[in-house]
Design a protein around this ligand. Structure first.
Ligand code: P1T
Length: 378
């Protein structure tokens, strides 16, 4: 089955009692049992729900995984995943990543004794040199949030496998339509399904897909034991969103390319971060690793002051000033003060994230209107 067909049919079949083509929203907390522990596969809704199962089968199908576990948010998915580690374990991560991931790692898990290193993962020699005997996982985010760097999944997987280290890829920025990390040998793939998968800025949702038995066993245990599970309505919304993933992403990418080129030529812009531009340092890698270049980009103005950036972001009409990404509507944001505000300024700057950086999530509006909007903001 090819991708577009999977996005409609993977793991889906008409509901048995009525033939409904979309899985119903099974709004129930518990299930009748014939005798203790004799039931139709579901005993209590924290552990499982048929609407959630339909969504999990769908995401597993899109990522080419045996299984998927869904969570109430992207960070809840990360939290569950990280609970397979123990004090003293070391995780290697990128120095450019979602601020909430950084906060979870440093403010929640470090106090419990898990250690993290934040390095430039585009530097393979540095990655090798940063591995310690305690390193248990490489946490790969690519494209990175918000600098749109591209990390070589296959190269890191090869290094990791030699040393028995697990690899997980946060695939939120690309979506499985553009990048399927398990095909490069990664052990697990994570999504803030809030973004491209759900696609309509109306639900907060997370997922991990994997064929690795120990990872999935831990996740199922966490689903049952710590219970950060999504409600059936949210699962339904995400599943409905996925049905149009391919057409939404295709249109957003088309718009993003035109906007990146427009910004790149603009006399008031100093730098555009978009992997689809030939001058992007990992353009070739992105061409190999991704099916297309995505619909996220970031840039800085020649007037590199925060005031100029804030004025610009507050002047757009179709780009709504807001956190998040991956919805049908275009959004604009200032990572340093918004999504990445929990990373200390000196660490942000060391990783290359300037306070004046402007990030754009390109939606599916008419690109002429989007460019005219940016034009009037300049
Ligand atoms: O927001 P939540 O569903 O919990 O997902 C967290 C998350 C995980 N991974 C990446 C790469 C992300 O970008 C996010 C959330 N990011 C934003 C809200 C944002 O605007 O960048």
């Amino acid at each position: 089955m090819k991708f577009n067909t999977k996005a409609i049919h993977a793991g889906q079949k008409p509901e048995e009692t009525s033939g409904a083509v979309m899985p119903p929203i099974f709004q129930t907390s518990t299930y009748a049992q014939e005798a203790p522990n004799v039931h139709k596969g579901y005993d209590y809704a924290r552990v499982g729900n048929p609407t959630r199962t339909a969504l999990e089968k769908m995401i597993a199908g899109l990522e080419g995984a045996d299984e998927c576990a869904c969570f109430a948010s992207g960070v809840a998915a990360m939290d569950a995943l990280l609970k397979m580690f123990r004090p003293g374990d070391h995780i290697l991560s990128s120095n450019d990543l979602y601020g909430g991931s950084y906060r979870l790692f440093t403010s929640v898990f470090e106090p419990y004794g898990i250690k993290f290193s934040f390095i430039d993962m585009t530097d393979l020699e540095l990655v090798k040199a940063s591995i310690t005997p305690s390193t248990k996982m490489m946490w790969i985010e690519t494209p990175t949030n918000p600098l749109l760097r591209i990390v070589d999944i296959k190269a890191l997987v090869d290094i990791a496998k030699e040393q028995n280290i697990l690899t997980i890829v946060d695939n939120t920025f690309a979506s499985p339509y553009l990048q399927r990390p398990l095909e490069f040998g990664a052990d697990a793939v994570l999504h803030s399904a809030t973004k491209y998968l759900a696609g309509h800025s109306d639900v907060v949702h997370g997922a991990v897909a994997s064929s690795h038995p120990a990872i999935m066993e831990n996740l199922r245990f966490q689903v049952k034991s710590t219970g950060a599970v999504p409600g059936p309505m949210d699962c339904y919304l995400t599943l409905r969103g996925i049905k149009t993933l391919a057409v939404r992403v295709e249109r957003s990418v088309q718009n993003a390319k035109a906007i990146a080129e427009y910004l790149d030529k603009h006399p008031k812009v100093s730098q555009v971060n978009y992997p689809g531009l030939k001058a992007h340092p990992q353009h070739e890698l992105a061409s190999r690793q991704m099916d297309d270049f995505g619909a996220m980009l970031s840039f800085t103005l020649k007037d590199d002051s925060i005031d100029a950036a804030v004025k610009f972001m507050s002047s757009t009409k179709f780009f709504t000033l807001a956190e998040s990404l991956g919805g049908v509507e275009s959004l604009i944001s200032n990572p340093a003060s918004m999504t990445h505000g929990s990373i200390p300024k000196e660490i942000r700057e060391k990783g290359g994230l300037k306070d004046s950086l402007i990030r754009i999530s390109v939606g599916i509006e008419d690109v002429e209107d989007l460019i005219a909007d940016l034009d009037q903001a300049f």
